[in-house]
Design a protein around this ligand. Structure first.
Ligand SMILES: *Cc1c(COP(=O)(O)O)cnc(C)c1O
Length: 399
């Protein structure tokens, strides 16, 4: 039987390769950081979610090493059988403190947090109102729930209001949004969303994976930035981006919700506990965030310099203050070709960044997405800007 199936896969794979949609893995030959080894060459990395530069920070790796020696490698159990340690409880407590919530439940990843949050909470008689551009894990999580699904136009408050009106007969309503949308670095309009939630009696869930640790005055996330900490009911987020970058996620919020998830959430009940060394390292990250504002300040400085520098060079870059910085080619017919070509040439210049085009982003919306990190030095950002100036001219993206 397999022969025929394999043939179909082979021809489908060839087809996506021909369309230029095949995803190759670029293999790193050393640790994650501002400078990485790829193909025997050192290049500057502008496409990691390592926002605070903590992925290989000695304080974090040492905490992981220490925890590994003290606690061993793994638990061989789910949480409720024999897979909960004092470290898991401490991390849940400290994440709640950091996020400003009542309680937190850990998952193996934020993908699992989103996969396990909707189905137990929202039954057939309830409604989920979700942004069109929400992360794939939210889309999948929402699919698993029996609740009615309403998809509103991306960050469009009229569309959200319309959907909320349509969902008024539901017993409970939940608005779901990414805190930061990863292709644009745009922040969700949380104050307006919370106002509409009040007006139409809905709960609010924010997935803050691209914000936790570095957005807002003390890095707590978009809810801190917009001063709506008490108006967001549920936060899902990841330990796999700014908070050390290894693995792990959580759902945080009202205590009854978290308690219910511990009883009912399937990725929590039926999947292994987070390794203790990750808990130990994540606790160290939270300690760094409490005691040392340097990474946060450096990231802010770096993103402002990178964004400002690109704008000064004449690139089509929006104003903003998030570490995700898309370089657009909106004035160019051949935007996709420029984005792909430029990113290849930039790599030859030692700058690693990725060009995105349709269908990952809308047609005509091709871009190179840069991500600033606290790990970048001023000199490295200068090199990035110089390479963009050179390659941008070659492609006619700047004058
Ligand atoms: C990265 C990301 C996730 C997935 O996080 P993992 O912990 O890697 O599974 C979920 N939601 C959003 C918005 C993300 O950006």
């Amino acid at each position: 039987m397999y022969g025929k199936f394999g043939e179909v896969l082979r021809s489908e794979l060839d087809a996506i390769r021909e369309q230029g949609l095949y995803k190759d893995e670029r293999v790193l030959e050393g640790p994650q950081g501002a400078e990485i080894s790829v193909g025997g060459r050192k290049v500057l990395n502008f496409c990691a979610n390592n926002y605070l530069g903590l992925a290989a920070d000695p304080r974090v790796t040492e905490a992981a090493r220490r925890t590994l020696s003290e606690w061993g490698y793994g638990l061989s159990s789910v949480r409720f059988i024999c897979g909960t340690t004092t470290l898991h409880k401490q991390l849940e407590r400290e994440l709640s403190e950091f996020l400003g919530t009542e309680d937190t439940i850990l998952y193996a990843a934020c993908f699992d947090a989103n996969g396990g949050v909707f189905e137990p909470l929202l039954e057939k008689d309830s409604a989920i109102i979700t942004d069109q551009l929400n992360h794939a894990s939210i889309i999948d999580g929402v699919r698993l729930a029996k609740a009615q699904r309403h998809i509103y136009l991306h960050s469009d408050m009229d569309s959200l209001e319309e959907k909320l009106k349509a969902a008024q007969s539901a017993k409970f309503r939940m608005i779901v949004t990414d805190g930061v949308f990863s292709m644009d670095g745009h922040l969700a309009k949380l104050p307006e969303i919370c106002d509409l939630a009040d007006k139409y009696e809905a709960m609010v869930l924010v997935d803050d994976s691209h914000a936790t640790g570095f957005t807002g005055p003390t890095g707590r996330g978009t809810h801190e930035k917009f001063d709506v900490i008490d108006r967001v009911d549920v936060i899902t987020t990841t330990l796999g981006k700014a908070l050390g970058g290894a693995l792990g996620g959580c759902t945080s919020g009202k205590k009854e919700i978290i308690e219910w998830l511990r009883q009912k959430s399937r990725p929590y009940l039926f999947s292994n506990s987070l390794p203790m060394m990750i808990c130990g390292a994540a606790l160290e990250v939270l300690k760094i965030l409490r005691e040392d504002p340097t990474p946060l300040k450096t990231l802010e400085h770096n993103q402002a310099r990178l964004r400002g520098g690109l704008r000064e060079l004449g690139f089509d870059v929006d104003e903003g203050d998030h570490a995700i910085i898309p370089v657009h080619f909106r004035q160019h017919e051949d935007d996709a070709i420029i984005a792909q070509g430029m990113s290849a040439d930039l790599l030859a210049e030692g700058i690693y960044c990725i060009g995105f085009s349709f269908p990952v982003v809308p047609r005509g919306g091709a871009r190179i997405r840069l991500q600033a990190s606290a790990a970048h030095t001023d000199e490295q950002i200068t090199r990035c800007l110089a390479a963009f100036a050179k390659i941008g001219k070659k492609y006619g993206a700047i004058g």
